[in-house]
Design a protein around this ligand. Sequence first.
Ligand SMILES: [Zn+2]
Length: 276
Amino acid sequence: MSSAPHFVPNHAPPDRPRENALLFLARGMELLVLEHADRVSIPTGADFPELAAGAHYLGQLDGVDCYAAGFTQEFIAPQGYKVVTARTLYRRLDDARFAVAGRALAIVEWDLTHRFCGRCGQPTQLVAGERARRCPVDKTPFYPRIAPAIIVLITRGDTMLLARNAQFPEPMFSTLAGFVEPGESLEECLAREVKEEVGIDVKNIRYFGSQPWPFGRSLMVGFTAEYAGGDIVVDPKEISEAHWFRPDQLPRIPPRLSIARQLIDAFVERIQGAAP
Ligand SMILES: [Zn+2]
């Protein structure tokens, strides 16, 4: 039996050469990869020694060191390399490397956007032994931030509420989601988002699982909830339509990567498992 790739995060770079390390080079939501005929791979430290020298240590993937560094708009990818939107690497990279790539994007973005102190404007410095930058003048620390968001599948009997986001370029239906506001509990956020987006009330909120979502620097916290009352009235700024769907009449739904899909699949399994 083969075991799944195992990533051990760490921020303290080991004292060993970086030639064989995986080097995740990020710019915004883009990543530099090596293109082969049928797949892509991640460059190594030997490919870009200067970038590797200043890179952030991420940890080890199956014993291989992983680093992340940024590259500039002026950067021209050498022959054989290509800058791609990281999202498109899903299934072209194995899941473990894809997940590390997500970390890399977030770390590089944090590093880039906290070069200066927000309090006094002085250049910040990396803190040894921590994933942090700090202002040398007023000592304000800047850690990588993530934004918690709730995502919820609302059920009513053997149906589930799925909505089409007004921003989605394609006609896809998904669960409801929204960012937690300061001072709000996850449950309060969930009730507010549901009320705002589709106008209904929910009960029996239950934790489902969570998923880091680096493309929005977010942590998606998944729940299920049951319909408690009200009629669907969508907020047209956020949602273009929302309906109750039975498992056997599903519209186009998100890909398997997403926690939205896991919520939907779990409900479908439960309903179909209970069917006579
Ligand atoms: Zn400062």
